[in-house]
Design a protein around this ligand. Sequence first.
Ligand code: KIV
Ligand code: ZN
Length: 397
Amino acid sequence: MGDRKVIVFDTTLRDGEQTPGVNFDKDSKYKIAKQLVSLGVDVIEAGFPAASNGDFEAVKNIAENIGDVVVAGLSRCVKSDIDKTYEALKNAKKSRIHLFIATSDIHLKYKLKISRDEALKMAVESVKYASGKFDEIQFSAEDASRTDWDFLVKIFNEVVDAGAKIINIPDTVGYAVPKEFEKLVGYVKNHIHDKDNVTISVHCHNDLGMAVANSLSALESGAEQVEVTVCGIGERAGNASLEEVIMALNTRKDYFNLPHSINTREIFSTCKLVSELSGIQLQPNKAIVGSNAFRHTAGIHQHGVINNKATYEIMRPEDIGITTDHISMGKLSGRNAFELKLKNMGYELSRDEINLAFKKFKDVADNKKVVNDDDIKVIVDDVILNTKSFKEGELWG
Ligand code: KIV
Ligand code: ZN
């Protein structure tokens, strides 16, 4: 495989927000977007502007303030959505509309209740209508992995002829298996018009636990863009996890040899932030960032790791930004040590939040000899919850 750069399209703020129970407000979206820039993603899908006024404002705010990264907004293939997306993205340095329509027979028949030809017409007319309004047009064939391959290629070619430059192959319901998905991507790649100027993207869901495996297979098969979410959050069982895809590419560089622009040292703090703001706790055995990911329990394993970490660790925790700081926190610890501890634990808090957390920490430290990382986590969770409900209280009077 060559050394083309993988384009990382992050959809934490759009598909990630479709996680049941998750709702990012404007401030939370902006905080996450800023962290995604530090992480080095190429495209931030900031939301679905036509879905609600709140999301429209959140996407607009990111588009206007975030800087050089490409900002994408999701849009159905209807004029009113395209207009809303334009209003939200028009001041972005680099804007991308992400148009989608379902293409599988089951979605056409039971959801959209339209024919293949009608879907084709809506897709092409929408791409034409969007042309000139955005820097880039991406088109997704929803439920592509259950779509007739020839119809899929037909609709992709027509939208490419109409002006789409990125075509996305979603495994919307997490139905694909890696070898089959690899073949599908290869098939699309071989049949697409203007291949040298079109970017092929994949977007995999995790219903069968294969989102990351399918994404990696697709990259092997020539996909240039991968759509991911931080911690794999998303609709139902979630999306391909950014940290898993990236650390697979890094750890098995010998096999994939695919560069990307992610600064892996920002992974841990990004996951922490998304977990805090989404309220989703990471399972302890979550690959890469779970609390057990670098823990060794069996005596034989501990013995191996003491002699040479590589016996049981295929990645270095510091490469994903996990630092073991050996700072023991207690009542004599000062503010600097506390702030350093928060930073090492991956928290990015506002001044007010730090002040409140430090005060609570001192109260706990008065009654406990050592305040460990778990205690600090409880303190910070409490502070974030309090400031969040305070803000909501302000909003609702
Ligand atoms: O899963 C899906 O098909 C999507 C599309 C909107 C790309 O999220
Ligand atoms: Zn999706």
